[in-house]
Design a protein around this ligand. Structure first.
Ligand code: SAH
Length: 571
């Protein structure tokens, strides 16, 4: 919950606005010191409508522990600024400033060092991947070294898609636990599921979700017994319980109370597979007794292998349970990122976030240039010219397959005549893929023309490099017959100059010569040009590769100079 504390008239007015639009906000009235004290007890975040000095004085006696205190955001009387005063990371104040900023039109002020330098915050590094910070990690010490620019060593057995790290982080991908990653360096970040890697001064240890524990058990096995065996097996193998991503078992155990409770004590899900599926795996310690009872010679070991993990610890037994442990391969990330038509304002916030989280950005040079200012320190760039689409996909995929995080960018929408399709034709199940949608050229053009896409519409690319002309012609004919509004992509280039004329003739067979046509060149770019003409007056020579042509349907009309395709409300 968000608490709102205000005393001045302006402050109260703005607090009331927030209370009205935010479902999770509550106003705390009365004397400010008492209001703040009550809010402190109830809330995860507090917005104080006072000068920073007053807010600091009020909050000072209440501050106890930055991991538990609510985040505090302070808003000046004119609501020009929303300052994250305390609890920027753990308290969520940095994020709260953004919310306040959006609601009040105030500028968010964030002063934590990592944000101001565009660096990852150590307490949330890998959070999206499921990393857990090991207790005793020196977040403050390592954070200070990171920000100062001195060398921080990152030690890990495998590459993880943590996102870009600044170049003072030297990465060493090799056996973290062979030598304790934390010895002998001023600052280290260790990613390890091994208990031998302990945190200490100058060292932060992250536990990645790298382990899967296969569990077999008899009916009625208790939570305590299962949990005890899981824990002793992990400990015996020198593995951290915090790295357990999931338990795995046979689906006949799907309602086994002890197993379900053990999983919930570990705060992990249980993945169930059928006995038939499990029996397909060859395991080191099969059992004919288990085969007779469950229909597979192994549950624990086979469940580990079925999860795609490498078996680290063979079956261990207690009276009524068996346990085996495996390590999962790291899943890298491929982000297919839409950059919108041109203007910075139309780059989706999700795309900005995706770019900030990617270690390598792959794309056509002109598109990567458009977003270079959004890339964090340590991000590398890989560009290849037009025509090398597959090589670009392969490069991004290669990074993701190795456990990295790669962004493959396209203008407009990445899924529309762009890189998402070839990338996903090639991507296997071994990488995680996120597709970030954007505003495609047809939508961008439509908005500049008025509302030509107000009824059924379609897009057709006139590029016959990858699609035979006969097919394109057939589709144009079908669109004409169906009276669809048609957005023509790739309408004309130096080598392809006759197609648009053909298309115009085809469309003219089905719709009137005065049908409005919008020609939009470089939509939402500096040199944007918007022309409205008619189908009969359309001159292909006015059109080039940077243009999208929107042809209205038989009902599309001009209203006050704007292209409108009626939806039917006013008929
Ligand atoms: N993925 C892109 C389309 C790539 S195909 C998208 O969703 O927009 C390339 C064609 O898109 C160009 O030939 C042109 O027809 C059109 N196009 C892309 N951006 C444009 C813009 N800003 N203005 C006008 N047309 C554009």
């Amino acid at each position: 919950m968000i608490g709102l504390v205000a005393t001045t008239r302006n402050g109260r007015r703005r607090a009331a606005h927030l209370a009205q639009i935010w479902e999770d906000a509550t106003l705390y009235g009365g004397k400010p010191s008492e209001a703040l004290r009550s809010a402190w007890a109830d809330c995860d975040g507090i917005v104080i409508f006072l000068a920073t000095g007053a807010a600091v004085r009020l909050a000072a006696p209440l501050l106890a522990d930055k991991r538990r205190d609510p985040g505090i955001v302070c808003v000046d009387d004119a609501a020009r600024y929303a300052v994250a005063l305390a609890g920027g990371h753990a308290g969520g104040a940095n994020e709260l400033t953004a919310r306040v900023g959006e609601a009040l039109g105030a500028e968010p002020i964030i002063t934590t060092a990592s944000e101001s330098l565009g660096l990852p915050a150590l307490d949330s590094l890998g959070e999206d991947l499921g990393f857990k910070v090991e207790e005793g990690s020196d977040l403050a010490g390592v954070g200070a070294v990171l920000v100062s620019g001195d060398t921080v060593r990152l030690v890990s057995e495998s590459r993880w898609p943590t996102g870009p790290l600044p170049d003072n982080v030297v990465t060493k991908i090799e056996g973290a636990s062979e030598e304790n990653g934390c010895e002998g360096a001023t600052a280290r970040i260790v990613i390890s599921d091994g208990l031998a890697d302990e945190p200490g001064p100058g060292c932060v240890v992250y536990r990645p979700p790298s382990l899967v524990v296969g569990v077999g058990c008899s009916r009625g096995a208790s939570r305590e017994e299962i949990l005890g065996l899981v824990r002793s097996t992990l400990r015996g193998a020198g593995l951290s319980e915090k790295s357990v991503a999931a338990l795995a078992s046979a689906d006949v155990k799907a309602d086994e109370p002890g197993l379900l409770k053990a999983a919930s004590s570990l705060d992990v899900p249980v993945r169930f597979r059928s006995a038939e599926e499990l029996s397909a795996f060859e395991v080191p310690n099969p059992s004919s007794v288990v085969e007779g009872a469950v229909g597979t010679p192994s549950v624990a070991e086979a469940s580990v292998l079925a999860a795609g993990a490498e078996l680290l610890v063979e079956k261990e037994k207690s009276r009524a349970a068996t346990v085996a442990v495996g390590r999962l391969p790291v899943r890298g990330k491929l982000r297919l990122v839409s950059l919108g038509p041109g203007s910075d304002a139309l780059i989706p916030p999700m795309a900005r976030e995706a770019l900030a989280r990617s270690e390598i950005v792959v794309g056509l040079e002109q598109y990567v240039e458009r977003v270079r200012h959004l890339l964090r320190p340590g991000t590398s760039i890989f560009t290849l010219p037009l025509g090398d689409e597959i090589a670009r996909c392969e490069k991004a995929l290669e990074e993701a397959r190795e456990g990295g995080s790669a962004a493959l960018v396209s203008s407009g929408d990445v899924g529309i005549y762009a890189m998402a399709s070839p990338a996903l034709e090639l991507a296997g199940a071994d990488v995680d893929v996120e597709v970030i949608p954007g505003i495609t050229a047809a939508q961008a053009a439509a908005s500049l023309l008025g509302s030509p896409l107000g009824h059924d519409h379609c897009s057709i690319s006139l590029s016959d490099l990858l699609t035979p002309w006969e097919i394109i012609e057939k589709r144009v004919g079908a669109a004409a017959m169906g009276d669809f509004v048609v957005s023509l992509y790739n309408p004309r280039s130096k080598g392809r100059d006759w197609q648009l004329g053909e298309v115009r003739s085809l469309l003219l067979e089905h719709r009137p010569p005065e049908t409005p046509v919008g020609i939009v060149k470089n939509a939402y770019r500096e040199d944007a040009e918007v022309t409205v003409t008619t189908l009969s007056a359309l001159r292909p020579e006015d059109v080039d590769m940077l243009t999208v042509v929107v042809v209205g349907n038989s009902r599309t009309k001009l209203v006050a100079g704007r292209v409108v395709t009626p939806r039917g409300y006013l008929d």
